[in-house]
Design a binder for this molecule. Structure first.
Ligand SMILES: [Zn+2]
Ligand SMILES: [Zn+2]
Length: 348
């Protein structure tokens, strides 16, 4: 099933054909007068309506970009679908989005400098305060101003590297192919350019900004994470499996969990004016309406929490962590292992 049209530009023949196919798919499974869930990017399968309206919605709003398996419309979960996006027009492809993303990163840097917040564990993510956070941000600001090469006005070195890394992950370019490309680009660009030399070097730039991740070795059978009291072990204390692919060399771990440290991310919310305002919207600007959910704060769980901890609820800056169980099947073995690992990680 070719579902690539979902990512394509609206009003193109491919897109319109795609919508027609979807409606045909629906017709084969539902009576003509039956209301169906609308998978448009606004309703995202939360509202039911007449099929004609659904068609209009998808044409005008676009199909929800993640709805490639039509499970709410009777398609089996395991159907093979082709969903790699097509680059229909340069204005709708990821490079364009990336432009915005890179610009935002520079905004964040500017704000960080102004705010001088104590993002003390942004760099190491382990909660060890570092005393020189101010100088870290100064360096980062300098980095953001760094020209890609003398006279380049299109990119800073930072925005260029972010774009390249985005393309790398989007098109699944291997690490060595990426490094090889960087080497060619370095040669082709004017002298004195400051492109990183390799994938590792490019990644390091993001890591310094606190956008990196922490790798935690895991028992191949998911019993434990090799951290805290298990950090130095070479075998799993529960099932005795080796931590390493080659137990003699101890270089390549059997399994790695990539953990995005939470605290620096939470701190970053309050490091920029825009996100800090958005994070408090629910308390300062929201106008709750009877029987309408506009925010998790309208939900019973949130209200109940507020009742239990009124002091915490009082402050608009309070942040809550939601645990989404979408995709977990607690009665299936594989999924259970994943859930257990998550709970362990959260120290629950
Ligand atoms: Zn809709
Ligand atoms: Zn084990």
């Amino acid at each position: 099933m070719d579902r690539r049209w979902i990512h394509g530009a609206l009003f193109t023949p491919d897109y319109i054909d795609g919508v027609r196919n979807f409606m045909k798919f629906v017709e084969e499974r539902f009576p003509g007068d039956a209301a169906i869930l609308c998978p448009c990017s606004r309703c995202i399968n939360q509202k039911s309506m007449a099929q004609r309206d659904v068609e209009r919605h998808i044409l005008l709003n676009g199909m929800s970009s993640t709805y490639t398996r039509w499970i709410h419309h009777g398609e089996a979960n395991d159907v093979h679908v082709l969903e790699e996006p097509v680059d229909v027009d340069p204005h709708s492809n990821p490079i364009e989005h990336e432009n915005n993303a890179a610009d935002r990163v520079e905004d964040i840097l500017t704000d960080l400098m102004g705010a001088q917040v104590p993002c003390n564990n942004a760099a190491n993510g382990d909660g060890n305060p570092s005393s020189n956070h101010e100088s870290v941000f100064k360096t980062l600001m300098e980095e953001a101003k760094h020209e890609l090469y003398p006279g380049c006005t299109q990119f800073s070195r930072f925005s260029f590297v972010v774009k390249m890394l985005h393309l790398k992950s989007y098109y699944r370019i291997s690490n060595s192919a990426f490094s090889a490309q960087l080497k060619v680009l370095r040669k082709a660009f004017p002298e004195n350019n400051c492109l990183p030399n390799s994938y590792e070097e490019a990644k390091k730039m993001l890591r310094t900004l606190g956008l990196g991740y922490v790798s935690i070795h895991v028992c191949p059978n998911n019993c434990v994470l090799f951290r805290k009291e298990y950090a130095e072990l070479d075998t799993c204390p529960v099932c005795q499996a080796s931590r390493w692919k080659d137990p003699v060399n101890k270089k390549v771990p059997e399994k790695v969990l990539r953990h995005f440290p939470l605290i620096p991310r939470l701190q970053r919310i309050f490091a920029t004016k825009k996100t800090a305002e958005e994070a408090q919207w629910h308390k300062l600007n929201r106008e709750p309406k009877e029987k309408e959910m506009s925010h998790p704060a309208d939900g019973e769980a949130w209200k109940d929490f507020d009742k239990c901890w009124p002091d915490f609820a009082e402050d608009a800056r309070n942040l809550r962590l939601g645990l989404a169980t979408d995709g977990f099947n607690p009665f299936g073995n594989m999924k259970l292992a994943r859930l257990l690992m998550l709970l362990k990680l959260l120290d629950l």
